[in-house]
Write a protein that binds this ligand. Structure first.
Ligand code: C5P
Length: 289
């Protein structure tokens, strides 16, 4: 049997997400505080496989590309190019337990975990990992850190924050997402005034008290309900049943409730009969620090 390495690839939430400006390169300048969750997929890499390529299994494998556009494979290729390694016999197996294209960073997390596993196999220093991550996408660098972190730039400049007290999280995942939804949401924001900034900085300085929906801010909530059909109705139904604020996860369309364990049951019950998959999880510390 060829030797394989495995590790989890957690989901994330943006606890704050401010969009400050549109840059000349088409990306947007962000301020965001991110947090990894217990909900996680898993990545297995085999360096010398007779069946090279990407395979996706698990409850959210549907529609995950397994060709050269796969983020985990792109990350591996970026790292190999930077370090002169051969990945022609590399096999990457993805156990997809995080909803894809839901705003939870599942693909970016797979990419970061792949980089961590290749780091272990090839004994690589940190900077080349971050360079490869950054070349693949904006969320990948955060997942190399994990836990609670503050990110700026297009999301790739990551500063770890002290861990927050654990919080319960309930995710409400609508059945469908949209093609190029992140780009579409950013474009929709361009038609409106940008955020002045300061919310994430304040969040980063807050005392380590438990996070609730009252603390969360996401700029995409200004436009998401116009872009995702039916999302506004789902949001209203959930908020009315729960009686507390719920929020959009990243660029959506997943919605989430966050708070103490004693409130999670009510949030789970609120999802019953609505057009979404309800997933109970909690915040989790970094796997890597
Ligand atoms: O970086 P990533 O591939 O995840 O981004 C997907 C798309 O979202 C980009 O092509 C870009 O249109 C948009 N984006 C942006 N500003 C960011 C991150 C992403 O405009 N900071």
């Amino acid at each position: 049997m060829p030797e394989s390495l495995s590790a989890p690839s957690p989901a994330k939430l943006n606890l704050t997400l401010e969009v400050l400006s549109r840059r000349d390169d088409g990306y947007h300048e962000l301020e965001t505080v991110l947090q990894t969750l217990e909900l996680a997929g898993a990545v297995t890499v085999t360096l010398d496989s007779d069946a090279p390529g990407v395979a996706a299994t698990g409850p959210f494998a549907d529609g995950v590309p397994v060709d050269g556009t796969n983020l985990a494979l792109r990350a591996a290729a970026a790292l190999a190019a930077r370090t002169g390694r051969d990945i022609s016999r590399l096999r990457i197996e993805l156990e997809k337990r995080v909803p894809a294209a839901g705003g939870l960073g599942g693909g970016a997390s797979d990419a970061a975990t792949t980089l961590r596993l290749l780091q272990r196999a090839w004994n690589l220093p940190e900077p080349v990992l971050f360079a490869a991550a950054e070349s693949v996408g904006s969320d990948e660098s955060f997942f190399l850190a994990g836990g609670t972190a503050w990110a700026t730039g297009r999301g790739e400049r990551v500063r770890p924050l002290p861990p927050l007290p654990p919080a319960a999280v309930v995710l409400f995942v609508p059945g469908s997402t949209l093609e190029r939804k992140t780009a579409r949401l950013f474009a929709a924001l361009d038609a409106q005034p940008f955020d002045p900034g300061g919310v994430s900085a304040m969040f980063a300085r807050r005392p380590a008290t438990p996070v609730t929906g009252w603390d969360v801010y996401n700029a995409f909530e200004r436009v998401a309900f116009d872009v995702f059909p039916g999302l506004g109705k789902l949001f209203e139904a959930l908020e009315e049943r729960i009686g507390q604020p719920i929020h959009l996860a990243g660029a959506g369309p997943t919605l989430f409730w966050i708070g103490g364990e004693d409130g999670a049951e009510r949030a789970v019950d609120a999802g019953a009969g609505l057009p979404c998959t309800t997933i109970r999880t909690r915040t989790a510390p970094s796997l890597w620090r």
